[in-house]
Design a protein around this ligand. Sequence first.
Ligand code: G4P
Length: 525
Amino acid sequence: MRLEEEIKRRRTFAIISHPDAGKTTLTEKLLLYGGAIQVAGAVKSNKIKKTATSDFMEIEKQRGISVATSVMGFDYKEYKINILDTPGHKDFQEDTYRTLTAADSVIVVIDVAKGVEPQTEKLVEVCRMRKIPIIVFINKLDRYGKDGFELLDEIEKKLNIHVTPLSWPINRGSDFKGVYSIFEGKLNLFTPSKQTIEEYIEINSLADPQLDEIVGSKDANTLREELELLREVYTPFDKQTYLDSNISPVFFGSALNNFGVMELLNCFIEIAPNPLPYQTEERLVMPNEEAFTGFVFKIHANLDPNHRDRIAFVRVTSGVFLRNVFYHHVRSNKKMRFSSPTAFMAQKKSIVDEVFPGDIVGLHDTGNFKIGDSLTEGEILNFKGIPSFSPELFKYIENDDPMKSKQLAKGIDQLMDEGVAQLFIGKTSNRKIIGTVGALQFEVIQYRLLHEYGAKCRYESITLHKTAWITSTNKAQLDDFIVRKAGSLAVDKEGRLVFLAESRYALDTAIEKYKEIQFHFTSEF
Ligand code: G4P
């Protein structure tokens, strides 16, 4: 019974945005409303600032901060809310993809002046693939930006989703006066404040003359007219359609000024999904099953080079995780127990005795875990939907200190388990190739190998357009491919066969010629 109740009150979600749209500010304001922090400015951004691209200490420091801010739990009304933070820097987009696997829904933040930006498009595409329900928050209405109707149009076209506004702004820029909550059917007028939440005036009906008194007749009438128009154009909101990810409610506001954040939060707790079932290769796992199950979606290395331990972030998918109880680590077929599992509340980490579905527990790890690993009470389960994507940048990695080859191998191995990059080993050359989604990772790897493992590496360039995992049921065709393309084949860490396409042309012709070979661009197929 208690398990059902705990599941019902949980909301686990991620906020995603193009850098600078206001993800950190919104997170902070949500924490303020939840009473988890008292003044804004307390949340340090997990983003790696643009200026820091060559400053590794800065990256390391910021990675450190991001352990604390990776998950921010707080209570609001009777709900337990878990915000999963995602790195803003585009080179760390794979981290974001993986974090999304632990979220039941997302809030997408869009800058009113910039509209839909490229990174948002990519991230929403991943959400659509997984059918994660999406809420959109259009931010910075205190600045001049695009017209509301125009933005809704742009979101539908570029993000390929259907929207329906659930709040609407009164003016924008310096005349911005607040937002009307279509969801709650009332107007909350706040005093702008960057630091705390001020008192607000509540107007319960659009016809109320108090509305004219407060915002002026002109703005009151414009609001009435625009709401009328919205009613004509957009499908009314329906919770189930949103949960099926067929419609996305849109909110307007200014996170910095507290406008529209409460409307968003009040609606979010009511409509957003509670912990959902998870698909494994073996079966569907329901959150209310008695037996504990969970999977690792993120691994974070310790900053201190003297303690090369890590934190594995586990999303609990069913049952209750208990401290000091032996669980089954499916991949290694070993029993493990954890004496200091960590829960994340607001900015704080604390040791917990029990963790419920939807929650994230941090487990101290000395190198046993790998992204995607499952923990169970004994059942063999392999979670699906935690793919690696075919990387975009490639380099040969070579040992630059023959005395340290063991350290180098171990370092590379562990960094790959953390999901920093992917490793391929050339079939004929036997050379190690690192594949990443961003240029920054190469520098991070080199830096971390040296500082955490005492190993020196150097890179050599390789001409590669893309890699594709290949499979086929036609053995003759696959064998032919293997013979002819021997120089362009590699294996990944799991020993699976990978085609290294030198150019787009090479890839296209191979796909064209070998019709019975499947070329996969994500690791899950
Ligand atoms: P991110 O995490 O999505 O990258 O964005 P972040 O919240 O850091 O916000 C990016 C910038 O936008 C910040 O300014 C922040 O203060 C500002 N911002 C966020 N919400 C609003 C809003 O509603 N209105 C306006 N006008 N600005 C907003 P910054 O100068 O880059 O940083 P800071 O010095 O203020 O922290």
